[in-house]
Design a binder for this molecule. Structure first.
Ligand SMILES: [Zn+2]
Length: 305
C-alpha cells in the first residue's frame, strides 16, 4: 500500500492508494506556507491515520507537489506558495520517519503519470496531460517515460506565448496560454465585456459562466467562445510540437468540457495542415477528484516498482 501525499498551496491531501490506483482512505488539512517542520509532522500524522483506517501497512510514499521541485534530489525548489518549504527535503524527512522509499514529483507530472498508468491515457504511447483551472499546467509522458527537461526541469506548457500583446503573466512574458485560457481569463473577459446592467456580474466565476452558458445566456456563450478559441490555439500548438497520440484534459474548467470540445475541434480542423490535427485524441481525465492523490502514489510506482 502506497501512502500518497498531494501538496498544494492551500491544502495537503494524504491517502492510501492500492496497486490498482484505488484510493482506500483519505484526509486533508490546510497547508501552513511558512512552517515546514509542522507540515511534515502533519503529513506523518495523516499517513499513520489513513494507513490505520485502510488497515494497511505502508510500503512506500509518493509525493506530488506544487512546483517547482527537484525530483531527483527530492527537494522543494523556489515554490511561490510555500516560502517556508523552499530547499527542504520531504523525501529525506519522510523516509527517516517511516523507513520506506519516498519519491517526489511536480503535481502536473504526477497527475500525467496517473492518467498514463491507471487512467484515460492507458495504452497511449505519446500522451500530454493538460489541467485547466485557475492556471494551466500538465505533464508529458512519451513511451511510458515522463519527459524531463534540463536538470530535471518541468516543462511549463501553460507558459507558451499565444499572444504577445496579451495580458502580463506572472512568469514575465505577456499573453501566455494560461493568462488567456485559464478560468480567471474567462472571468476577466466577461467583466470587460459585460454591460453595466448585466445581472450576473457580481461575484461571477468561471464555474458560474459555464452554468449560464448551459442556460443559453448570450454573454456567457460569448465568453465560452473566446475561451474555447484560446484553449484550442494552445492545444493546436501542442499538437504541432509533439504530434501526440492523445491529450488528456482535466481541471475545474474541463468539468464543463461539453461546452468547449466541439468549438475546439472546429478550430483544430481550421489549421494543422502539416500534423494531422484530427488524429490526436482529446480525452477527458478519468480519475476524477482524486487525480492528484492517485498521481502521487503513481510517482512511487514510476520510480521504484
Ligand atoms: Zn507565463
Amino acid at each position: 500500500m502506497i501512502g500518497a501525499v498531494d501538496i498544494g498551496g492551500t491544502k495537503i491531501a494524504v491517502g492510501m492508494v492500492d496497486d490498482a490506483g484505488k484510493v482506500l482512505s483519505r484526509m486533508e488539512a490546510p497547508t501552513d506556507p511558512n512552517r515546514y517542520s509542522d507540515g511534515i509532522e502533519l503529513i506523518a500524522h495523516m499517513l499513520r491515520k489513513t494507513a490505520q483506517r485502510a488497515g494497511a501497512e505502508l510500503t512506500g510514499i509518493g509525493i506530488g507537489s506544487t512546483g517547482p521541485v527537484d525530483p531527483m534530489r527530492g527537494e522543494f525548489g523556489d515554490v511561490d506558495f510555500l516560502p517556508g518549504w523552499r530547499g527542504k527535503s520531504p523525501v529525506k524527512d519522510l523516509s527517516t520517519v517511516f523507513n520506506v522509499q519516498v519519491a517526489l514529483e511536480n503535481d502536473g507530472d504526477a497527475a500525467a503519470l496517473a492518467e498514463a498508468g491507471w487512467g484515460a491515457g492507458r495504452n497511449r504511447s505519446r500522451l500530454i496531460y493538460v489541467t485547466v483551472g485557475t492556471g494551466i499546467g500538465g505533464g508529458i509522458v512519451l513511451d511510458g517515460k515522463l519527459y524531463r527537461g534540463v536538470d530535471g526541469a518541468h516543462p511549463e506548457i501553460g507558459h507558451h506565448v499565444v499572444d504577445p500583446a496579451g495580458p502580463q503573466c506572472t512568469c514575465g512574458f505577456r499573453g501566455c496560454w494560461e493568462s488567456l485560457a485559464a478560468g480567471p481569463a474567462m472571468v476577466a473577459w466577461l467583466e470587460r465585456n459585460a454591460p453595466a446592467d448585466y445581472p450576473h456580474r457580481q461575484g461571477i466565476t468561471a464555474k458560474r459562466i459555464c452554468e449560464l452558458a448551459q442556460q443559453q445566456d448570450l454573454l456567457a456563450l460569448q465568453a465560452i467562445e473566446h475561451e474555447a478559441f484560446y484553449l484550442g490555439l494552445g492545444l493546436a500548438n501542442l499538437i504541432n510540437l509533439f504530434a501526440p497520440d492523445a491529450i488528456v484534459l482535466s481541471g475545474s474548467v474541463m468539468k464543463s468540457a461539453e461546452l468547449f470540445l466541439d468549438r475546439i475541434h472546429a478550430l483544430l480542423r481550421s489549421g494543422g495542415r502539416f500534423v494531422p490535427a484530427e488524429t490526436p485524441e482529446l480525452m477527458l481525465a478519468s480519475l476524477g477528484e482524486d487525480t492528484n492523490l492517485i498521481g502521487a502514489a503513481r510517482v512511487w510506482h514510476y520510480r521504484f516498482a
